[in-house]
Ligand binder design. Structure first.
Ligand code: 15L
Length: 270
């Protein structure tokens, strides 16, 4: 029975997967800086600060595979992103190597490629176009994952997650929504599929309005059950409550792109 470590256990994705993963991976070890408020007696939890390599090594001891969801999960200042998402991400891959962990699934994000316009359908092989320091940290994580796969033989899967949740929250999320059960399928591919060396896959459900070519995930057996179009009325009603934002509405990364934007608005074509 493989021992799986999940970092970021107190965050949004971690909290949801804590309920969905144990039937598949009974030997699940949870980690975060803070203990989940509702930690149950049967759950195994080890606190760790990602920016401290010794602490990260300690949680990797005896582990077969890692789901790395830890770190800062939205845009933040450089001072915030650097320790949690850059140093923390390096520490995770390096600790995994030192402790002989075989596989890592890294929670990358659509914000690594957020400055592609929505009209541009992209695959997983495009040049990163991050929409903030958070997106830069996700591109860094993908690059670090590739290095550890090629140089050290770690099997690495980066999931460029769209928007994880029970339903798509607005117009943009109709293109990028990821149902929790579909996330579980992607984690299983990363942790178990025999053909994994280094992969980048989009973390998106079966969304008709998708901007992403995710054929590699399907080749690896991904069969998402979520369909964003089933929630179109809800998403559009929520969208109607939002103010128009020309930069956010043009680029894939949405509001992360317009945050602090001082670029060339003439690149935005109606
Ligand atoms: C992300 O990467 C964030 O973690 C999440 O909070 C959302 O902002 C999501 O992207 C999104 O783009 O909707």
């Amino acid at each position: 029975m493989p021992r799986i470590l999940m970092t970021g256990a107190s965050g949004g994705i971690g909290t949801s997967l804590r309920k969905l993963l144990p039937p598949i991976y009974p030997d699940l070890v949870l980690s975060d800086i803070k203990t989940p408020a509702d930690l149950a007696p049967h759950e195994k939890f080890k606190a760790a600060e990602l920016s401290d390599l010794a602490q990260v090594e300690a949680i990797c001891e005896g582990v077969d595979g890692i789901l790395h969801f830890g770190g800062y999960s939205v845009e933040g200042s450089w001072e915030t992103i650097l320790p949690s998402n850059i140093i923390g991400c390096y520490n995770l891959f390096e600790a995994a190597r030192r402790k002989g962990v075989k596989r890592v699934v890294f929670a990358s994000s659509n914000h690594a490629v957020g400055f592609y316009p929505r009209y541009h359908r992209i695959g997983t092989d495009v040049t990163p176009r991050p929409d903030g320091y958070y997106g830069v940290s996700k591109a860094f994580g993908e690059a670090t994952g590739a290095l550890y796969a090629d140089k050290h033989g770690l099997k690495v899967t980066c999931l460029r997650i769209g928007n994880f949740g029970d339903k798509p929250l607005d117009h943009r999320r109709l293109s990028i929504w990821l149902k929790p059960e579909d996330m579980v399928q992607l984690c299983r591919i990363g942790l178990e599929h025999p053909d994994i060396h280094f992969e980048i896959l989009y973390g998106a459900s079966n969304n008709e309005r998708s901007w992403w070519d995710n054929h590699r995930a399907y080749e690896l057996g991904y069969r998402p059950a979520g369909r964003a179009e089933d929630f179109v009325a809800h998403a559009m009603a929520e969208q109607a409550k939002l103010k128009p934002d020309p930069v956010a509405d043009f680029y894939q990364g949405g509001a992360f792109c317009s945050m602090g934007f001082s670029g060339d608005k003439s690149r935005i074509v109606e």
